[in-house]
Design a protein around this ligand. Structure first.
Ligand SMILES: Nc1nc2c(c(=O)[nH]1)N[C@H]1C(S)=C(S)[C@@H](COP(=O)(O)O)O[C@H]1N2
Ligand SMILES: [Mo]
Length: 320
């Protein structure tokens, strides 16, 4: 994650098409008097197939207009060719080059730990594509670059509730697939595989926490974490773990891959915070991929209205 490298975004015909279709559809929907806000609102309020109970009460208080990032959406080409996915190498262009070897069907996710109804499910049974919601969220890497991504997927909380976490479930741990034959980066001990991430249970249940199954109106490309990856928009990018195969409810704080690799540089919380520098660089500004202008980094990546109360009374310099 420490490598800074610049990439050019020459755009090929096929890649433009997907972005072009997405933009055209969006424009059409806007013209037919359905604002982005109304769209998000209606899909959030409709029940999705496997979610029982229906979305949390707190959804009612969400301001969907504010929730959708207003910044210019990053180009499809950049989102799918400038990646961090160490299972395929540490270079930003490695995932786009090598992730095609990953087989994403069949794909089973195992849910275990402190819950009444542990079990496994196939990712294809999660929700039909037409029920996926679009969430335009910023993604900010701890390295100092950021993107605005039109994710497609489902909120995390209703899925977790299906497994009925017990009162002992204080944390949720997520794990990526370990399959070195398909993920050549795992043949090197860059990280302690499999990649592990975690959230406190109330963070996981926050209505902003999202499971992405697609982007730009399409199924998720492998390099972006197919078939299923976490998106936690107020935290640094590395919390958004890709290609998840295991979810477990835990009593104790999970030891995440990056904390294990370098506890002085990476904390469990890793909330985007311009006031708390990384050990080796400032976090006050960020380079938006595809733009020249630098952006000021916002507290909680700009999502403070929805998440700041999770950290009431905590010293965020200590719990970084
Ligand atoms: N399994 C796994 N998940 C991962 C990573 C990784 O190396 N392996 N990198 C993280 C980091 S550091 C970032 S910034 C984001 C990048 O997501 P993107 O490539 O879709 O932009 O994925 C995160 N999720
Ligand atoms: Mo990152």
């Amino acid at each position: 994650m420490h490598v800074h490298r610049r990439t050019h975004f020459g755009i090929s015909e096929s890649q433009v098409t997907e972005e072009h279709i997405w933009r055209a559809r969006r424009l059409f929907l806007q013209k037919s008097a359905l604002s982005g806000a109304a769209l998000l609102g209606s899909s959030l309020l409709s029940r999705h197939v496997l979610s029982k109970p229906s979305p949390p009460e707190s959804y009612a208080g969400l301001d969907f207009k504010k929730l959708a990032a207003k910044d210019k959406v990053t180009e499809f080409k950049a989102i799918t060719t400038y990646n961090n996915f160490y299972e395929f190498g540490t270079g930003k262009d490695d995932p786009a080059k090598y992730a095609h070897t990953l087989k994403t069907t069949p794909w089973t996710i195992e849910v275990s730990g402190a819950c009444h109804k542990p079990g496994t499910f196939d990712v294809r049974t999660l929700a039909p594509k037409k029920q996926w919601e679009e969430r335009i969220y910023r993604l900010r890497c701890v390295e100092g670059w950021s993107m605005v991504i039109p994710w497609l997927g489902i909120p995390l909380a209703p899925l977790l509730k299906r497994f009925e976490p017990t009162g002992n479930a204080k944390f949720v741990q997520f794990e990526t697939l370990y399959r070195p034959n398909e993920m050549p980066g795992q043949k090197r001990a860059v990280l302690d595989w499999p990649y592990v991430e975690g959230l406190r249970i109330d963070e996981a249940m926050n209505p902003l926490s999202f499971l992405a199954l697609g982007l730009y109106g399409k199924t998720l490309p492998n390099q972006n974490g197919a078939p299923l990856r976490l998106v936690v928009p107020w935290k640094y990018g590395f919390k958004s773990i890709k290609s998840i195969v295991r979810i477990s409810f835990a009593e104790k704080m999970p030891i995440t891959s990056w904390v294990k690799a370098s506890p002085k540089e990476y904390g469990f919380y890793s909330n985007v915070n311009p006031q708390v520098p990384h050990r080796r660089w400032s976090q006050k500004r960020e380079r938006r991929i595809g733009e020249f202008r630098k952006h000021e980094t916002l507290m909680f990546n700009g999502y403070g209205d929805y998440v700041a109360d999770l950290y009431q009374g905590m010293d965020l310099k200590k719990y970084f």
